[in-house]
Design a protein around this ligand. Structure first.
Ligand code: C2E
Ligand code: MG
Ligand code: MG
Ligand code: MG
Length: 287
């Protein structure tokens, strides 16, 4: 079969592979020094309540700007950080930075709870509870201002320990959301056994709810299930007024997406909050 591909094509593939390995290696090398060089920052994206339009929270999203590599998206470097073990230090930085930011906002009379993303490897290493507790103790921040977002892959291993950790976090007052719901290794069994607050419907479903009857029914069912279980439902990736309108009709609790606000720096987010008018937004005024 490799003969059929021909000599040139074959070497082209191996060259491409070589290039990939090399860039992965380069990114990993830069990633090792990114913390000490202060190359990370956080941007913030609000979530609104669909009945009232009020801002109910904000999600912190990491950004990495490197002189040689430019801006590297988290979907690319977070998996690398997980493989190299750097995720713990990066995760600690995110936690500290997000906590410091809410405290600053509280001091400015602008109160918004913050959610941080925790990747599966970071969650499964067993120290997340202790890391969060020690940061809350160190900073003195009330835990109701902090929540975490976990993807379904976090629930795949060590079910017992995971359940215990989630319960402890919630008892401590830290909210827990399932992120990207419906895309991962979806299993209803963890919803039965895990202690949770919010469920975030992945944006791939939200994307197509106005076109696909099937996706609309799925979203409707996810909303009904969540509400029956006492979980609040957040729609991710809302981009159009039609999607927002439909989600309100379906009784979805909260929404997040470019239509409402793109992820912004802390300063730009405060400015956005000052300009934002829930009422005109929901009646279609700001579209
Ligand atoms: P996520 O937690 O599901 O975050 C939502 C992603 O969708 C973000 O991409 C956000 O910028 C993007 N987004 C928000 N609204 C819209 C929309 O209306 N349309 C579209 N097309 N996209 C929208 P981002 O910032 O590139 O983050 C990607 C993923 O990287 C996150 O997915 C999360 O899994 C991970 N991540 C981000 N920050 C952190 C972090 O601090 N720690 C860890 N462990 N993972 C992080
Ligand atoms: Mg998230
Ligand atoms: Mg998500
Ligand atoms: Mg995601």
């Amino acid at each position: 079969q490799s003969k059929e591909l021909g000599q040139n094509k074959y070497s082209f593939f191996s060259q491409e592979l070589h290039q990939k390995r090399r860039s992965r290696y380069m990114i990993a090398a830069q990633l090792h020094r990114a913390l000490e060089k202060s190359e990370f920052s956080l941007v913030y994206q609000p979530k609104i309540r669909l009945t009232t339009g009020e801002v109910v929270g904000v999600e912190a999203l990491i950004r990495w700007h490197n002189v040689e590599l430019g801006t590297v998206p988290p979907d690319l470097f977070i998996p690398l950080a997980e493989d190299t073990g750097l995720i713990n230090d990066i995760g600690d930085w995110v936690l500290q930075e997000a906590v410091a930011q809410v405290q600053q906002w509280l001091g400015q009379g602008c109160a918004v709870p913050v959610a941080i993303n925790i990747s599966a490897r970071q969650f499964q290493n067993g120290s997340i509870l202790q890391r969060i507790e020690s940061e809350l103790a160190r900073s003195g921040l009330d835990s109701r201002w902090l929540s975490i977002e976990l993807t379904e892959t976090s629930f795949m291993d060590n079910a017992e320990q995971t359940a215990e950790t989630l319960l402890a976090l919630r008892e401590r007052g830290v909210g827990v959301s399932i992120d990207d719901f419906g895309t991962g290794f979806s299993s209803l069994s963890y919803i039965r056994t895990m202690s949770l607050d919010h469920l975030k419907i992945d944006r791939s479903f939200i994307n197509s709810i106005t076109e696909s009857e099937r996706d609309r029914q799925l979203v409707k069912a996810i909303i009904a299930m969540s509400q029956a279980l006492g979980l609040s439902v957040v729609a991710e990736g809302v981009e159009t007024p039609e999607q927002l309108g439909l989600l309100r009709e379906l009784g979805c609790d909260q929404a997040q997406g470019y239509l409402i606000c793109r992820p912004k720096s802390a300063e730009a987010f405060v400015e956005w909050c000052e300009q934002y008018s829930a009422i005109s937004f929901l009646s279609g005024g700001s579209e």
